[in-house]
Design a binder for this molecule. Structure first.
Ligand code: UTP
Length: 286
């Protein structure tokens, strides 16, 4: 089982980051010197992915421009001999084969993934949520791909989360197979405390078999009136093998203000120039 394709859903409305996201896609907000979505594409590429489909919608054209060349800017940078900036500007257009499709109506994550049906065809594919940045030694998508290949199964990225977070995300019914890998039997979206299976929740990364598409076609709107990917996975994990990988990485949900600030601070503190300055600056803050 080889995973060559990835889908990055980036068609959400980003209401938690308004008003900034009124006219800028939240995926384009910078974490230090790069837009959030570049970190996601980098993870996919580092995991061996060759083709990436970004699901966008109206008002997200800046994402397409970012992964294209910018000839006038590039000529100007070359003339001024700003070669490292020139390279950084060209790099996003050269990272992978990047495709785009629009989700014409914001009908939920499950519907967004369904929009990738023709791109994916009949092979397993990775899904990386456009606002979850993972920081760890081994790319999280690669951790999932390895587990999916080993067990010939679909795989979801999961971690143990607080009771509050379970109610916000989902809850997994699982049984341990080996260190960090669990067989997944069931999942419930945003459960009330008495309905939860465990405190393990899916966080932003998936490797899914293509059977999900026919399932999503028949998945009715769930929580919030949206077609939920979790509901589709619930059906899939009962039909074919699925594992949950307790991935080894720190997750930043950059789609909310605190998560966005945490990611910014984490990247800044590790940066060779910005890091030392930031430490001094924070010490002086009142
Ligand atoms: P979120 O709920 O985190 O993103 O969806 P959102 O809807 O953009 O943000 P808020 O809640 O309004 O602040 C999880 C992922 O699913 C994508 C989002 O872009 C995000 O990557 N998504 C969600 C879609 O692509 N389409 C949808 O219809 C809904």
């Amino acid at each position: 089982m080889k995973v060559r394709k990835a889908v990055i859903p980036a068609a959400g409305l980003g209401t938690r980051m308004l008003p900034a996201t009124k006219s800028i896609p939240k995926e384009m907000l910078p974490i230090l010197d790069k837009p959030a979505i570049q970190y996601i594409v980098e993870e996919a590429v580092a995991s061996g992915i060759e083709d990436i489909l970004i699901i966008t919608n109206r008002g997200k054209g800046a994402i397409e421009d970012y992964f294209d060349y910018a000839p006038e800017l590039e000529v100007s940078l070359k003339h001024s001999n700003k070669m490292s900036t020139y390279e950084s500007v060209r790099h996003p257009a050269q990272m992978a084969n990047i495709f785009f499709v629009r989700q014409k109506e914001t009908k939920g994550l499950g519907h967004a993934v369904w929009c990738a049906k023709r791109f994916v065809g009949d092979e397993p594919f990775a899904v990386l949520l456009g606002d979850d940045i993972m920081v760890g030694e081994k790319p999280v998508t690669k951790q999932l791909i390895d587990a999916a290949e080993k067990y010939n199964a679909s795989a979801v990225g999961a971690q143990w989360v607080s009771d509050d977070a379970v109610e916000k995300y989902c809850s997994l019914k699982i049984e341990q197979l080996e260190d960090r890998i669990y067989r997944m039997f069931d999942v419930i979206e945003k459960p009330s405390p008495e309905k939860k299976f465990s405190n393990y929740a899916i966080l932003g990364r998936y490797v899914i078999k293509p059977e999900i598409f026919s399932i999503l076609e028949n998945t009715p709107p769930g929580h919030g009136g949206e077609i939920q990917l979790t509901d589709g996975l619930r059906t899939l994990c009962k039909q074919s093998d699925m594992v949950a990988v307790d991935f080894d990485a720190k997750r930043h949900d950059t789609g909310n203000l605190i998560g966005f600030m945490e990611a910014t601070m984490d990247f800044a503190i590790k940066h060779p120039e910005v890091g030392p300055w930031l430490r001094e600056y924070v010490k002086k803050m009142k």
